[in-house]
Design a protein around this ligand. Structure first.
Ligand code: ACM
Length: 630
């Protein structure tokens, strides 16, 4: 399909005229138009120019992308047949990250105000070449780029992905691989969840036990959450952390790709790994605390109510805690150029504070009526520490409870409400509502997804349907949005990619492209072309959006019916109730299917397109249909 678009015959191009069109580029450019010229040919004679040193640096990036698959060595200088220019007079329409890209048969020109814009122009150009441009090895390249004109700039300045490296540790190389791919889709923030109950992953030189103790847990296999607690005397051999040299290398690697890193130190809750290293930091001074290997240590009551069975919470009444935080944030601030530091604040259990005499005395002294106000007291002090290092505090939306710290920005994860409320109070927000953009959640049927126990689904279409700026909200406070990958159940970078793509293609469009360009069918067509490129690049992704979506209804007379829909449109669904595997010779689904009674009755369905299977076969036992009934 990609080929068809790339090699559009000249006459067809002429007939396309000059009106705005859809490109195959991810994210969708603000304005894209095919123009009346023959295509530009990439050959061994192609040269790449940059009108100053910074532009030539990006020219080198382009050269690297094209040399690998073509085997050509591109001459880089001030002038080239592909020309990258940094504007001497800024073009206000483009801002810091926008660019214009013009392709004729004789030249490709990318203009931008800043190197970031040139970098993004290069990403768009590479995406206009065939999927083989992603090949790891040399291919027969006879490539042309259709003549076109692009003017492009982002809708939001914050286009994030979050990677949790506490629950599962990802190597420096894995993190770089993740950054490399996100940058191609014009994401510009990696929110790096560096600390949690299950591992402290960042070297803090003044607090060596954080990694000597906090980065190691006893090894466990199988289902995270059900793991056996550490046994007496058992060695904690499952270790992983980033040295400060690793972090500098990752920050520099990201910066070359216009990705900034938001470090998260999750306090005062989620701190078992810190407490295992320094037990004096929690109210109970629990010196039996171990880094949690994935055991269940909380009771969840629904509606956000829970009880922590271990004291994984820093003591807000203890001056030692603020000395600790001062040391941590001094080193974190020195390592990360990004203006924000994320200080967590989520799911902090207050039960140990309620029982602690020092916390109670502090509340009395400070006139704090609730433990939410006590957490707010903690966050305000943390904000002062972070500000003293020249940075700004961001926190999960729980930091609203008990009163926001004066300058804090809010990451709204329990819905959009936290973001709306923070904006009302004049605070900046990043929208990450779990119902739409928590990409650790299931993207398909639990019966066929790798993790069958996730607590809910966020299908591709839900990601696509998300709108980060609710109607009644002042858009100026919305910095942007972010998809979050928690990694309790994600043990490898391949699995991280499977969970990230294609959902992060939907969010890439949402965070970058004008709202007016949003269209599900054209998104899914572009996505399929992108999948070919991901295959070439050996990046994993899920095809769950092609699977049948099976639900059930039970009529008043007790009769049970199976219903099938599809996320991607125009697929055919075939089903069976007779124990056989469905194929295109089985009954075609046209509406609810009566499912007769019987212990072993199973409804099976599969999707086809153009006579070929495209999704997985999903077999839902009658008993499971009954659980799914509306
Ligand atoms: C969160 O998901 N606990 C921020």
């Amino acid at each position: 399909m990609m080929q068809k678009v790339l090699y559009i015959p000249f006459l067809l191009l002429l007939s396309l005229g000059l009106h705005a069109q859809q490109s195959n580029i991810f994210p969708q450019p603000a304005q894209f138009t095919y123009t009346r010229s023959l295509p530009f040919q990439i050959t061994a004679a192609t040269t790449i120019g940059g009108n100053n040193k910074e532009a030539q640096k990006i020219a080198q990036t382009l050269s690297n992308e094209l040399s690998r698959p073509t085997g050509y060595t591109f001459k880089i200088g001030e002038k080239g047949t592909i020309q990258l220019n940094l504007n001497k007079t800024p073009n206000a329409e483009l801002g810091d990250e926008g660019y214009t890209l013009r392709v004729t048969n004789t030249a490709i020109t990318i203009d931008a105000n800043k190197p970031a814009g040139l970098f993004y122009g290069v990403q768009s150009l590479v995406q206009m070449l065939p999927p083989a441009v992603e090949s790891k090895t040399k291919v027969q390249a006879k490539w042309s780029v259709a003549a076109c004109q692009i003017t492009d700039y982002p809708r939001f300045g914050w286009r994030g992905l979050m990677l949790d490296v506490s629950r599962h540790f990802f190597s420096k190389e894995d993190v770089m691989r993740y950054i490399d791919r996100m940058a191609k889709y014009k994401y510009n923030v990696l929110h790096w969840h560096l600390t949690d109950d299950n591992g402290w992953r960042i070297e803090i030189k003044s607090l060596p036990k954080l990694t000597q103790v906090g980065a190691c847990r006893v090894p466990r296999y199988g289902k995270f959450g059900d793991h056996e607690a550490p046994k007496d005397g058992e060695l904690a051999t499952d270790c992983g952390f980033y040295t400060q040299e690793d972090i500098k290398a990752i920050v520099a690697y990201a910066a070359e790709r216009n990705v900034q890193i938001l470090p998260e130190i999750d306090v005062p809750g989620h701190s078992a790994a810190a407490v295992a290293a320094y037990p004096e930091l929690c109210c109970t001074d629990d010196n039996t605390m171990k880094v949690n290997p994935g055991s269940n240590f909380a009771e969840w009551y629904g509606n956000g109510q829970f009880k922590m069975l271990i004291d994984n919470t820093l003591d807000p009444s203890d001056p030692k805690v603020y000395e600790f935080l001062d040391k941590v944030f001094t080193e974190v601030a020195a390592l990360f150029p990004f203006p924000y530091i994320h200080a967590g604040g989520d799911e902090c259990y207050h039960g140990y504070w309620e029982k602690d005499a020092n916390c109670q005395a502090l509340m009395k002294k400070e006139g704090l009526k609730t433990t939410h106000e006590l957490q707010s007291y903690f966050t305000k002090k943390t904000e002062k520490i972070i500000q003293s290092k020249g940075k700004k505090l961001m926190g999960w939306d729980e930091i609203l409870e008990g009163g926001l710290a004066p300058e804090a920005a809010v990451m709204s994860w329990r819905g959009l409400e936290g973001g709306i409320e923070a904006a009302k109070q004049g605070h900046y927000v990043v929208m990450t509502p779990n119902d739409f953009v928590y990409i650790d959640l299931l993207q398909g049927d639990p019966l066929v997804e790798p993790d069958q126990t996730a607590y809910k689904q966020v299908r591709l279409k839900q990601c696509f349907d998300f709108e980060p700026v609710p109607e009644d909200m002042d858009a100026k406070y919305v910095l942007g949005g972010q998809a979050c990958l928690w990694t309790e159940k994600i043990l490898s970078i391949r699995q991280a990619e499977y969970m990230t793509y294609p959902r992060a293609l939907a969010t890439a469009d949402m965070f970058w492209s004008p709202k007016s360009t949003k269209n599900w069918d054209s998104f899914t067509q572009r996505m399929e072309m992108q999948m070919e490129r991901l295959d070439m690049a050996e990046i994993n992704y899920a095809r769950s959006c092609f699977d049948p979506v099976i639900t059930a209804t039970q009529k008043e007379d007790g009769k049970l019916y199976a219903n099938v829909t599809t996320e991607v449109n125009n697929l055919d669904v075939y089903y069976t109730l007779d124990e056989s595997m469905p194929d295109r010779f089985s009954p075609k689904y046209t509406g609810p299917v009566f499912v007769p009674e019987g212990n072993s009755v199973t409804f099976k369905a599969v999707t086809y397109r153009n006579g070929k299977p495209i999704g997985k076969t999903i077999a839902v036992p009658r008993a499971v249909l009954l659980e799914r009934k509306k």
